[in-house]
Design a protein around this ligand. Structure first.
Ligand SMILES: NC(=O)C1=CN([C@@H]2O[C@H](COP(=O)(O)OP(=O)(O)OC[C@H]3O[C@@H](n4cnc5c(N)ncnc54)[C@H](O)[C@@H]3O)[C@@H](O)[C@H]2O)[C@@H](O)CC1
Ligand SMILES: [K+]
Length: 522
């Protein structure tokens, strides 16, 4: 075996393909001798096996199957046959007149077995579960007519749906809905994750997404995607390998990084606390926190170990100026949470520091006013901008935001900064590469979550002493960690129970769980 199964799973989980790339990979497999029909048989068999685990016959006896004209429909017919011979009651609905050759062969054979073929999609509405094999990555135009009506009816029926490869109606590259799309309960993505899975507009249709590995040789994938693919997914093993763990047994606090946070105002003192607690979770060796002087006691109350720098403050309770600070002491600076937009001079001062800086929230609005490209043009060390989509629009007024992935790439190209665009699928772009955080939870949609992320990013950058430090990788690790902690907290406490202090508590819990369970949970 050329690769261990575990290494294969780990690598496969990182890849994302466009339709064109998938077709190129498929062509390589066929050119090497794999018969098209044999591959469909293999894939259909794997789907059928997974289906039987998800929906056993004992509880889901009646299965409706939607069959499209292309190979997605062919896969569905192989599944129909496999389930039929194992005792499921199958009803097949084929809305198209013309089937592709291989799909038609499967259709003829399945019909010859006596499987029930229905003329109307309404006849599937008494099924326990429906398998959607209408379209996969071959969907290339709006859905209309009886196909539209079939999808509409299935969506209204509330019957669980398992979509093969993609929910039919979702465009494989953009995640856009072409007219209408199946709202899947489970989507079994075939071979390699399609780009659609990382686009936010597809999320409501995907249900729970799983990858069905059908043994595409990694060499073929790597040949088409390149050794350093342009877009990848952040995964557990990848993120954990970037964490500052295990610590050297002879380390000391000055070896574990020194982060300066410049945060807070009388109005937003909580943001200062939360970003500081986020940084603390990274195990940072030394944490300095510059806040308006009046906030010192409250910060000390939460973080007795931190060096709190009380700054001169305005009447409004914002930082007026930074005291004399030697920026060379710090491995990173994170700035912006709860700052208000007043301290623009302070942000300008920080931009001159000769270390990586993370700018969030108010610091982003300040540099948007100063002019993003002008502000960042003289920086010799990495700058990390972490906008949500509203901040992004203010920062990069000329970049369209309909496609977040494209927007992040354009922004990094325009500014030279590492760009992290927050959302249900957070994207990190730098140097022509993008990393997507594939999982998150709406539990994070509440004030304070972003402040914690800023602290995490700053802390991880400051603790990372690798000579070949890939800054985008570290930023993506922080975003992955943040999402995973929220997912675990939401699982245990519901999506309503993930207040920021709870999230902070789960940050360290989730990585101890993940690093212990890596062998089984990829
Ligand atoms: N690439 C691979 O390695 C494999 C692919 N397989 C399956 O093959 C699928 C792709 O097959 P196809 O390329 O045949 O594509 P699809 O099965 O997605 O369908 C393409 C067909 O639908 C028609 N069509 C597209 N949009 C339409 C619309 N809006 N209304 C009506 N008709 C429309 C096209 O003209 C074409 O005939 C995958 O999603 C997967 O399910 C598997 O069988 C095996 C392995
Ligand atoms: K499908």
């Amino acid at each position: 075996m050329p690769e261990t199964m575990r290494d294969r799973d780990r690598l496969l989980a990182r890849f994302l393909v466009s339709t064109e790339q998938m077709q190129q990979i498929e062509s390589k497999i066929f050119a090497a001798g794999m018969p098209v029909a044999a591959l469909m048989e293999k894939v259909g068999g794997l789907i059928a096996r997974r289906f039987q685990i998800l929906y056993p016959r004992t509880t889901h006896q009646r299965v409706g199957i939607l069959v499209g004209m292309g190979h997605n429909g062919g896969d569905a017919l192989v599944v129909a046959r496999e389930l039929y011979v194992r005792g499921y009651e199958i009803a097949i609905y084929v809305p198209s007149e013309q089937l592709s050759e291989l799909t038609n062969q499967h259709y003829c054979y399945v019909s010859s077995l006596g499987v029930r073929i229905v003329d109307n999609v309404k006849d599937l509405t008494d099924c326990d579960v429906i398998i959607d094999g209408l379209f996969g990555f071959g969907l290339n135009r709006e859905i209309s007519g009886n196909l539209f009506e079939a999808i509409e009816l299935v969506n209204k029926s509330q019957i669980p749906v398992v979509s093969i490869d993609l929910p039919s109606g979702i465009q494989a590259d953009t995640g856009c809905v072409l007219g209408i799309a199946i709202k899947a309960t489970v989507t079994l993505c075939l071979g390699i994750w399609k780009l659609a899975f990382i686009h936010e507009q597809a999320i409501a249709y995907l249900g729970r997404a799983e990858l069905i590995d059908f043994d595409i040789p990694l060499a073929d994938i790597q040949q088409i995607l390149g050794k350093q693919p342009t877009i990848t997914r952040m995964t557990a093993d990848r993120a954990i390998s970037n964490l500052p763990l295990p610590r050297s047994s002879i380390t000391h606090k000055y070896h574990e990084g020194h982060l300066l946070l410049v945060v807070g105002s009388a109005q937003y003192s909580g943001a200062a606390i939360l970003s500081s607690l986020g940084a603390r979770a990274t195990g940072i060796g030394m944490l300095s926190i510059a806040v308006p002087a009046s906030l010192k006691p409250v910060l000390l109350n939460y973080l007795p170990e931190a060096l709190i720098i009380g700054c001169p403050e305005t009447e409004a309770g914002t930082i007026k100026s930074l005291p004399e600070l030697d920026f060379n002491k710090y491995q990173a600076i994170a700035c912006g949470c709860g700052l208000t937009e007043r301290p623009s001079k302070v942000v300008k001062q920080i931009l001159a520091a000769n270390c990586p800086i993370v700018l969030d929230a108010d610091a982003l609005n300040i540099i948007a006013k100063l002019g993003t490209e002008i502000s960042l043009s003289n920086r010799s060390q990495p700058t990390i901008l972490t906008p949500h989509i509203g901040e992004f629009k203010r920062l990069f007024t000329k970049i369209p935001t309909t496609n977040k992935l494209g927007a992040a790439s354009a922004a990094t190209q325009a500014s030279g900064a590492v760009i992290l665009v927050k959302g249900a699928r957070t994207v990190i772009a730098h140097n022509g590469r993008s990393i997507v955080i594939p999982d998150s939870t709406p539990a994070l949609a509440r004030g304070g979550s972003g402040d914690i992320l800023t602290g995490l990013i700053g802390g991880l950058i400051a603790t990372d002493r690798r000579a070949d430090l890939d800054i985008a990788e570290v930023v993506a690790t922080a975003a992955w960690w943040h999402s995973q902690a929220a997912i675990l907290a939401a699982t245990e406490r519901s999506e309503l129970g993930v207040d920021p202090l709870t999230l902070i508590h789960y940050l360290n819990t989730v990585i101890s769980t993940d690093s212990n369970n890596l062998d089984c949970d990829i």
